[in-house]
Design a protein around this ligand. Structure first.
Ligand SMILES: O=P(O)(O)OC[C@H]1O[C@H](O)[C@H](O)[C@@H](O)[C@@H]1O
Length: 295
């Protein structure tokens, strides 16, 4: 069965051997196993902390949490009652439909509508549809945000981000091309312009790049992924290293050495979406073996 719907999760299996696991809680992708062109044996590509809750009691520490409608601490008046990174990562989503199931890919849609708990904290009318597509060497995620309000209602304002925890030797990882891009360095609490040809995370890094190129290479000796995005103008590069990682309750010991977060999003400013309209942000993550595509 290419798509299996279990009690708390959905399993995707591609005929060429790749697989993915999506928790209904948070619509969090918690596993993506894929081979590459030079090494077809499927390997895990995402980091999930061994201390992470997976039972719906807390957002997953790893995989791909969905950040909506605010990134970080809320900074918009409509988000004032929300906690860090909003509610999408800690609500139970509904399994919708199998969108596609063929050799090109296996694809499912999950949906989140306002429930009573959400309405208490966020009054805006919305529908979220999240489509996860598994291909032979690729995982794609697309978030569709619809303003379901009446025509007399105002726009909804939001931020959105895919919080990718990419399994990688953190101290050897390089992220490109960010040279010349303006960013907010959350560690130094300063606005800067990136001077490095390749960004590493060997020290505690929490950088929010604004109007970034939209296509990123994440490489390390012998491996890599490419992250290609659509309508996600910003990207966050985060690794807490021991300095901050050891203070994260659900982070396994040394977990910060095993991943880099490269998080495409719309997080500087807000998307303002009129009634009846739909906004879509998407990403395609491809296993590259560290070889950069020319396209
Ligand atoms: O601990 P969390 O709420 O999951 O956030 C984890 C991290 O997410 C993003 O990368 C932010 O830029 C960081 O500032 C934050 O520490």
């Amino acid at each position: 069965m290419p798509v299996e719907h279990l009690n708390d999760r959905i399993l995707l299996k591609h005929p060429k051997g790749s697989s993915a696991e999506i928790l209904l809680y948070g619509a969090s992708v918690i596993s993506w196993k894929s081979g590459s062109i030079s090494n077809p044996a499927p390997q895990e590509r995402l980091f999930v902390s061994g201390k992470s809750a997976l039972d719906g009691s807390k957002a997953v520490r790893g995989g791909i949490p969905v950040v909506f409608p605010c990134f970080g601490a809320p900074s918009h008046p409509d988000h004032a009652k929300l906690s860090q990174h909003g509610f999408a990562r800690s609500e139970k989503w509904n399994f919708g439909v199998v969108v596609m199931d063929n050799d090109a890919g296996v694809s499912v849609r999950l949906t989140l509508l306002p429930n009573e708990g959400i309405k208490e904290k966020f009054e805006q009318p919305f529908q979220l549809d999240y489509v996860v597509t598994l291909a032979e060497h690729q995982l794609s995620t697309d978030l569709h945000v619809k303003n379901t309000g009446l025509s007399t209602a105002g726009p909804i304002n939001f931020q959105a981000l895919f919080h990718n925890y990419i399994l990688a030797p953190a101290n050897e990882v390089l992220v490109t091309p960010l040279q010349g891009v303006s960013y907010h360095d959350k560690v130094a609490a300063a606005d800067k312009v990136e001077t490095r040809a390749a960004v590493d995370v060997r020290s505690f890094t929490d950088s929010v790049y604004e109007n970034a190129p939209g296509k990123y290479q994440v490489t390390w000796p012998g491996g890599g992924v490419e992250v290609r995005t659509q309508h996600l103008k910003d990207v966050v590069v985060w690794n807490p290293q021991k300095e901050a990682g050891s203070k994260i309750g659900d982070m396994e010991e040394g977990g910060w050495e095993k991943y880099v977060c490269v998080e495409p999003g719309y997080v500087r400013g807000f998307v303002s979406l009129a009634t009846g309209e739909t906004w879509t942000g998407g990403q395609v993550i491809t296993v590259t073996d560290g070889l950069t595509s020319k396209v």
